[in-house]
Ligand binder design. Structure first.
Ligand SMILES: [Mg+2]
Length: 227
């Protein structure tokens, strides 16, 4: 990663570990929103959430397309959570700060959520830019168009850009664009890639997919080794 001068980070379950449970809280509210809006049972709502997540990339996308849900109403609702489970991470902050070049956040969440998470991580002032889902008219990663919008917004040179992400499917497009890709895995129990259930599967996925340049379960160590 010697030539990297643009460091692109996903936010949720990448800059903090999934084990803290923040995203689980969001998932619960996603289910509750669907229950209330579509008048479904809890089980039906969870099944629909999962279905849309896999079919459209985010639950929100499915709700917008299939049910004409207002995205801001949904995003405000699902982020009414207690952010205290996210702790300050001074050493990761220092590591990111010391990287040479520009650092960006590229997320399927919205700015309100980004601000709250970064405040808890004490990383409010270390990024050069952020691209949230409202910038892409609520089209999420892994749709190709929004990587192009992101790249254009910050005028990134593809050959010196690296992206860090916990959902490996979101690394497919950037790899094709010439970016280096780093899959940041979480404790597998919490991994949203439900196809991953054992360590050997990780290697299998890397070999099969061909779009993952590197894998790590510890972002900070990884960055310290390559910077
Ligand atoms: Mg993520």
């Amino acid at each position: 990663m010697k030539n990297t001068s643009n460091w692109v980070f996903d936010l949720d379950n990448t800059l903090y570990k999934a084990e803290c449970g923040l995203f689980d809280k969001v998932h619960i509210l996603m289910g509750r929103f669907i229950e209330e809006k579509l008048n479904l049972s809890s089980g039906e709502a969870q099944a629909l959430r999962s279905k849309y997540y896999h079919q459209y990339g985010t639950t929100l996308r499915g709700l917008m397309i299939e049910h004409k849900i207002n995205p801001d109403e949904y995003l405000d609702y699902v982020h009414q959570i207690n952010y205290d489970v996210v702790s300050a991470n001074e050493s990761l902050k220092n590591t990111i700060q010391e990287l040479k070049g520009k650092k960006y956040i590229f997320t399927n969440a919205n700015y309100g959520h980004v601000e709250k998470v970064l405040e808890k991580l004490k990383m409010e002032n270390i990024f050069d830019g952020c691209f949230d889902i409202s910038e892409s008219d609520y089209l999420p990663k892994p749709h190709k168009e929004i990587y192009d919008s992101f790249q254009k917004k910050f005028n990134l040179d593809n050959s010196s850009t690296a992206m860090f992400e916990d959902l490996h499917i979101n690394l497919k497009v950037p790899s094709a664009m010439g970016w280096e890709t780093v899959w940041v895995t979480n404790n597998l129990e919490y991994n949203l890639n439900k196809d991953v259930n054992q360590q050997e599967d990780i290697q299998k996925i890397i070999d099969e997919k061909g779009y993952i340049s590197h894998v790590t379960d510890n972002l900070e160590n990884f960055l310290n080794n390559v910077k």
